[in-house]
Design a protein around this ligand. Sequence first.
Ligand code: DP6
Length: 393
Amino acid sequence: MTHCITCSAPVNIAVIKYWGKSDEALLLPANSSVSVTLHQDQLQAQTTVAASHHFEKDRIWLNGQEQCINNPRIQNVIREIKRRARKQKTDSRDIAAERLNWKIHICSKNNFPTAAGLASSAAGYACLVYALKCLYKLEGDVSAIARCGSGSACRSVHGGFVVWDKGQRLDGSDSMARQIQPHTHWPDLRVLILVVNEQKKHTGSTEGMQVTMATSQLLKERIRSVPDKIEQITQAIHDRDFKTFAEITMKDSNQMHACCLDTYPPISYLTDVSRRIIHLVHCFNKHRQETTVAYTFDAGPNACLFLLKKDVKKFLHLVKRFFPPKTEEQDFIRGNTKQLMENLSNDCEEDLSYFPFDPMEDSLRYIIYTTPGPGPQELPSDQSLLGEDGLPK
Ligand code: DP6
């Protein structure tokens, strides 16, 4: 007998960043954070979990390669899920109970390149936890369990606009994510991800935030300022107040990266291309005499931009003008591009004297055009990544 479940889960991008832990083992954050879940049509992890009394040991395959299942974070997630499932079993006799003693096979892949440096671990862990939740028929919120895989993964358990409350309890049981608005709340909000052409390996976020926590005075100041910012951005999201949302988002990203520079030795995730994108956004906003585009950067050089639907064409035109692809690549702009590509260069003429810099050719690999999106979903069995034999298809 084999039980098999396939699920998908989204990527999220923080607008109030998580940077620093108060507990390394439990992955408890030094501050609460806020994120926007991105649409799975463009960015998604897909995971199949199977439990069978035929399986001899637990196994995991990620993007086609078998990995060591003994990774402590994967083990933490499996242990926590099973612990919760056993507890639930004593409350009500559960048909899924026998599955808890069977070995499991896990197979996961992303619909976007892992190497692009987009929060793939958040989507991956959220997907694993959601699939195990379905397999063992768990009830209730599982974001605190996703947090044990990767802190930011807890926010990918929900769609739309999400807060991760840092919580008060020492055991981390109240450090979990909750949705503040569904993805349908702000229909005009759009997201552009500018994937920077860069080969360099960056300091991972786990390690980076550890050193910042240990050495940065500025981070202490930042942590104190977060609660007010969360209150303000929550209100801005509620009111669909783009200007306030955008300004808090940009300032918070700048502050996180300032804390990285204040780290000793310093960490710098932003490159010349990232800084040029920041400059372009500010020039555009100044030229428009209003804040119409916002940027935010995680632990890498890629920019995530927020803007309203009405401004997408104009801004994309500028991006293509100042970050031209080497050749006119078909798939330079990926995602929801159908209507967008028509007349991209017509009716978009801006006064270019507002943008006092030369184009940086071939500095972007590609651009993903997307929107806020829903949370994890269970998929039909024909989308399973594992065959009848429990091995990757
Ligand atoms: C810059 O969640 O990757 O993306 O909890 O150690 O796995 P661990 O770190 P991770 O950190 C994400 C940091 C960030 C900001 C954010 O997503 O809030």
